[in-house]
Design a protein around this ligand. Structure first.
Ligand SMILES: O=C(O)CCC(=O)C(=O)O
Ligand SMILES: [Fe+2]
Length: 358
């Protein structure tokens, strides 16, 4: 056999060393020796237990938010507002169409996102390359805090505060990101306003506390994964912000947990954006709106891209329930983030709002 036939295909220079990390973490798991003397993976290490129920047939609310515009009639607007609040209460997740973000802005953003991830791994690790900016964006992969396989992320990400986008040196990436971030911020403000209004308050709290300095964008890439039974793309989690807007491609893999513990897939729709409620809105609404757990499962053959916008308050913003008696004590966003970091360092996972119950 010729030498090149037996050699490994060349490692794509843009890929982070996810497989090596997986192998190291796998070695740390203790195998169980069964009666036949062979090593078997213990049942509890199965990523998705065989008996786990999932409800593929459930369809996430799809809301046409063009009805929020001033041209729409009062009745239509009210109906749309109620659909949004209802979805936030029962699902913590919904999709929106006719959201006002031009297709061209989304397309440009996704083209630039791919280019950023296609750079050599060393360039990404050394400060982001195309995402290089005065503050230096952060590039991460795999979840450095992972203590075992089920805490590992089979993904890579660029995270950048929206207020730092202006400093990105690559002109085409900067302009695509600026347009996208501007449009998505308007959308977040609109939805937060509707959710506040439905609880009988104004949306000014959100506009005053969420600024370009406090919100951020995360570009995600999930490489094809030959070990999809062992690792998640992103492990089950809740988001810590007020709300998140996700633009996903056509591959799929995002799932959310319904309150009965069943996982439901968020089917990709090229015209829709996914909105999910974060922990701060759950606390602020006194549990009325749900910060639903969600996760991303990997695909064996296809890489997947998504863009997440996190609508976050200032560090010093106090989160106080707008309804009494409050089920969570008052806390600042900084306090919450520090607690999350502490829990993640200690256990590899976050405990979340449970720590702030009265
Ligand atoms: O990639 C996705 O669809 C979701 C990403 C996500 O949950 C996150 O970035 O927090
Ligand atoms: Fe998330």
């Amino acid at each position: 056999m010729e030498a090149h036939d037996s050699s490994e295909p060349p490692l794509d220079s843009s890929e982070p060393p996810l497989e090596q990390t997986l192998i190291t973490l796998r070695k740390n798991q203790s195998p169980e020796i069964s009666d036949d003397g062979r090593n078997h993976r213990p049942a509890e290490t199965l990523l998705i237990p065989e008996d786990e129920e999932s409800r593929e047939f459930m369809v996430l609310p799809m809301i046409d938010i063009s009805r929020l515009s001033f041209e729409a009639g009062h009745a239509e607007r009210t109906e749309c507002e109620e659909e949004i609040a209802e979805a936030a209460r029962h699902w913590g997740f919904f999709q929106v169409v006719n959201h006002g973000i031009p297709t061209q802005v989304i397309e440009q953003m996704t083209v630039e996102q791919k280019k950023a991830f296609r750079q050599p791994f060393e360039v990404k690790e050394a400060g982001g390359g195309k995402l290089q900016n005065r503050q230096a964006s952060s590039y991460r992969w795999g979840n450095p805090a992972a203590k075992c396989l089920r805490q590992m992320f089979w993904s890579e990400e660029f995270r950048i505060p929206t207020g730092d986008i202006y400093g990105i040196e690559d002109q085409s990436l900067r302009s695509a990101m600026e347009m996208y971030a501007t449009a998505v911020t308007v959308l977040a403000e609109k939805i937060a306003g509707v959710l506040a209004g439905n609880l009988g308050t104004g949306g000014s709290y959100f506009r005053e506390n969420c600024t370009v300095r406090t919100c951020h964008l995360r570009l995600n890439r999930y490489p094809p994964c030959p070990f999809s039974e062992e690792v998640f793309g992103i492990v089950p989690h809740t988001d810590s912000d007020f709300l998140t807007i996700v633009c996903q491609d056509a591959v799929g893999g995002l799932q959310l947990m319904k309150d009965d513990g069943c996982w439901v897939s968020v089917s990709p729709n090229p015209n829709a954006l996914v909105i999910n409620i974060g922990d701060m809105l759950e606390a602020w609404s006194n549990g009325a709106y749900k910060s639903a757990r969600h996760r991303v499962i990997t695909s064996l053959e296809e890489e997947r891209f998504s863009i997440a916008f996190f609508y976050c308050p200032k560090s010093e913003t106090v989160i106080r329930s707008c309804i009494s008696p409050a089920i969570y004590r008052d806390f600042s966003f900084r306090e919450y983030q520090l607690q999350v970091q502490k829990d993640v360092r200690a256990t590899g996972d976050k405990v979340g709002l449970k720590r702030f119950l009265v």
